[in-house]
Design a protein. Structure first.
Length: 255
């Protein structure tokens, strides 16, 4: 009795895949047709239906085409049980990555809730949050625990930390506008913002601890984790801070 064979169109309908997918699977060696018609058309058997079930199941589990081919091969050296374990671990890792991204976006939404932020600054915030753990790991080898605690605002309540982050964002956002518009760092508006910035930084980190942080020299291999803003903008803020510091020192001397 001759085995029943199915054309590409019928086989696609039976298995729920597209004809284009079947052609692709044939080219890649994932599912090669059992036979061909006299005209060279692909023909599939009942055994191919069973094979397609396995392919779609493995694909659902996250197997790549290469892994599917290896598993279906008679010479496969890895059991399905071991493959499932590996796929589970990969999926768990992917889930953790997705959870981390969702957490980052949620935190950015909270921080920027009341502020209209430029795209570049938004990317800076995301970069900073993404690399917070790397920042902490590096700083932990350079600074004492009390400084780390303050640097990452662990001494604040959740509400205070969020408000502080929003206040910082508001000031930096305004400074960036002044910088992009070419306003000199010595103008009263910029100096006023730097004064506010210093007040917030003192609230976050005690001045005696700030001195330790200022002395840090970030290694080139770790610079990526701390590159929050363009060098031009960082220099602009630094220059404005120096001008304010000189003014304060002169004021103290006069008194």
């Amino acid at each position: 009795m001759n085995e029943k064979l199915y054309t590409v169109k019928v086989f696609a309908s039976l298995t729920g895949v597209t004809e284009r997918t079947l052609h692709y699977y044939d080219r890649k060696g994932v599912l090669i047709p059992t036979s061909y018609s006299k005209n060279g058309h692909r023909l599939y058997s009942n055994e191919d239906i069973f094979k397609m079930q396995k392919i779609l199941t493995l694909k659902y589990l996250g197997f790549s085409l290469k892994e599917i081919i290896e598993y279906l091969s008679k010479n496969s050296t890895i059991s399905l049980h071991d493959s499932l374990y590996e796929q589970k671990e990969l999926l768990k890792k992917k889930r953790d990555e997705i959870d981390s991204i969702i957490g980052t976006i949620s935190r950015v939404e909270q921080i920027t809730q009341t502020e209209e932020v430029e795209s570049d600054l938004l990317l800076v915030i995301i970069h900073s949050i993404q690399n917070e753990k790397n920042q902490e790991n590096w700083l932990s080898n350079q600074l004492s625990d009390p400084i780390i605690e303050q640097a990452f605002m662990r001494h604040m309540s959740k509400e205070d930390k969020l408000k502080t982050e929003r206040d910082l964002l508001n000031i930096v956002n305004k400074l960036q506008v002044f910088y992009e518009n070419g306003n000199p760092p010595f103008t009263s508006e910029v100096q006023h913002l730097i004064t506010q910035l210093n007040a917030i930084l003192r609230k976050i980190i005690e001045p005696k601890y700030q001195e330790y942080i200022k002395k840090l020299e970030i290694e080139e291999s770790s610079l990526y984790y701390f590159s929050f803003m363009s060098k031009g903008f960082q220099d602009y803020i630094g220059e404005a801070a120096e001008i304010l510091n000189e003014k304060n020192n002169m004021s103290k001397a006069d008194n």
